[in-house]
Design a binder for this molecule. Structure first.
Ligand code: PEP
Ligand code: MG
Length: 323
């Protein structure tokens, strides 16, 4: 089966009825780009930059050090887009082990909240990312946004980082796109706030499920409650895709759901055209796309979305896979 999949590496991901789907890779370090290209990825949809910061006893990598790493990824991807997510530290991704002091770290000072509270760390990272944008197509992705002022402050920090580089005569791509992770239910319920200010959206289903269902994603005692097919989760995802497309901006899913081949058709039926996943899942998802017909999937997806009973949803999703 692997051998058959490997033959699909260079095949574009197009549905039977002719719609092209972008398949992007999630990476943790620049070295992962080799695996991403090997799997035929159209680009990097999520570079989890916090992995450059972790396991260093809180010693933050310098601007030059970060720039070198981001540039490595950008150069390795040979003109394909590289979506660099700004530091998503805290909760399940601590800077160092001593840091677990907050009573509810998942609800605490993490990701963009941390970055806005530590503007020098944030500015340093933004300058490093912008410098890498002189070497290929870079997109900046901001995690855990919920409030309009967080979007505005993030954009102001990017403008400041650009001004500092301009002042120092350092090259960058002034047109670099900036996007928001939609991973807090409040964000998915306030999409006009986001589409107005952002160039693209990326749905982080891992956290979206955690926060919608109030389940700690790393607590095994409640793991049985972690259900991507909960109707509330499905509604939030579908709303985000629809609102993004209505506003004319790209929407991706970069959480684990994007790499689950059992959910590929459901996401296609919701209108998703960009999936970002671990490179190991990419060819299986591509195979499913090549075998899918949007004209048949779309009405069946509407059935899934109308259902509220878990058994009905599960059955309708299985039916989708048999189409
Ligand atoms: C997510 O939350 O779905 C996501 C892609 O980001 P992470 O798993 O790194 O929080
Ligand atoms: Mg997340």
């Amino acid at each position: 089966a692997r051998k058959k999949l490997n033959k699909l590496k260079k095949t574009p991901a197009v549905t039977r009825d002719g719609t092209t789907i972008l398949l992007m890779a999630n990476i943790e370090l620049p070295d992962d780009c080799a695996t991403a290209l090997e799997a035929g990825a159209n680009g990097v949809g999520l570079f989890r930059s916090e992995f450059l910061f972790m396991g260093r006893n809180s010693k933050i990598p310098s601007e030059d050090e970060q720039f070198e790493q981001y540039k490595r990824a950008v150069v390795a991807m040979k003109g394909r887009p590289v979506t660099i997510r700004t530091l998503d530290i805290g909760a399940d991704k601590p800077l160092d082990q001593s840091e677990h002091t907050a009573l509810n770290p998942a609800l605490g000072l993490r990701a963009i909240r941390y970055c806005l509270a530590e503007p020098q760390i944030f500015l340093t990272q933004l300058r490093a990312i912008l410098r890498a944008s002189a070497f290929g197509k870079v997109r900046i992705l901001i995690p855990m946004l919920a409030h309009a002022f967080e979007i505005d402050q993030s954009l102001a920090m990017i403008a400041q980082a650009k001004a500092e580089l301009r002042e120092a005569d350092i090259k960058f791509d002034d047109a670099v796109e900036v996007g928001a992770m939609i991973e807090i239910p409040a964000a998915a319920l306030a999409l006009p706030m986001f589409v107005k200010r952002m160039d693209f959206l990326s749905i982080g289903t891992n956290d979206l499920i955690q926060y919608t269902l109030a389940i700690d994603r790393v607590d095994y005692e409640v793991a049985h409650l972690y259900n991507p097919l909960h109707p509330a989760v499905l509604q939030l995802i579908a709303m985000t895709i629809a609102a993004g497309h209505k506003a004319g901006i790209d929407v991706a899913v970069c959480g684990e759901m994007a790499g689950d081949v059992k959910l590929t058709r459901l996401l296609l039926g919701m209108g998703l055209r960009e999936f970002s996943m671990h490179p190991a899942q990419l060819l299986s998802v591509k195979q499913e796309i090549l075998n899918s017909d949007l004209a048949r999937i779309t009405p069946q997806t509407r059935k899934v979305m109308r259902a509220m009973e878990p058994a009905v949803i599960a059955e309708a999703v299985e039916q989708l896979q048999r189409l």
